[in-house]
Design a binder for this molecule. Sequence first.
Ligand SMILES: Nc1nc(=O)c2c([nH]1)NC[C@@H]1CN(c3ccc(C(=O)N[C@@H](CCC(=O)O)C(=O)O)cc3)C=[N+]21
Length: 282
Amino acid sequence: MTLIDGKALADKMAIALKDKVDALKAKGVTPGLVVVLVGENPASQVYVRNKERRALTAGFKSEIIRLSEETSEKDLLALIDQLNQDSQWHGILVQLPLPAHISEEKVLLAIDPEKDVDGFHPTNMGLLWSGSPVMMPSTPAGIMVMLDEYGVDIAGKTALVIGRSNIVGKPMAQMLLDRHATVTIAHSRTKNLAEVAKQADILVVAIGMGNFVTADFVKPGAVVIDVGMNRDENGKLIGDVKFDEVEPIASLITPVPGGVGPMTITMLMEQTYETAKRTLGK
Ligand SMILES: Nc1nc(=O)c2c([nH]1)NC[C@@H]1CN(c3ccc(C(=O)N[C@@H](CCC(=O)O)C(=O)O)cc3)C=[N+]21
């Protein structure tokens, strides 16, 4: 059995989380997660709906604020300021990508780092890189939980992260480094990528190109984590890894859907719960 079942693990963690949330509610704190969605990006709509569903199942207070594509940067920043002040919200998530006329950097800077459950604020990114993380980006955090759950030995192993985004690639590399892997970050300018990838014991693929990683990229017995969320010509959700070809070679592999995606949402919930719990002593 080589499959890492992210959906099953997410469901298992959701049950445990519900109990933790009930206990926190008994102490008078209900975790609150607010999601801000600007525009009509259909893919974002699906993710946001999944987040809402999981938040309500966990017993959170949850709201989606939907703003039109034409919302000004100024109005969005004013809304974030208001949510920062509002004590019912422990976590604020502004769904990315934002429309082109809004500066992502300004928006992420505006979110109170203590409510930044995505871990995208430079303060939280810096804390992660300096070895004392508080808020961690959900996707790589979920991948670390999956690796641990499936007993993957990380220390001393070679890990290759393909993709260098602030959201996945960079924090993923740091988390693997923190667990004593020998980490390489590859990207679109990397030469001989297949050869480089073939050295890796742990291969994390986050480049956003459907079926990009084929059998010739994969060392026999490698652990392969597919962060990709692409649509094929029929609108079907596919990963960055050509699953059918790579699965027989890998020792463990995540499917798409049902792998990294559900765990991303679960980690967001866990992080919002932890953030709410931290307010108890305040
Ligand atoms: N500020 C911000 N934070 C994010 O965490 C964030 C974001 N912006 N923008 C978009 C990406 C993408 N993302 C996903 C989360 C869950 C699934 C997910 O649940 N996927 C399911 C199925 C989804 C389907 O069927 O379409 C699965 O893989 O099994 C996918 C993608 C969070 N993101």
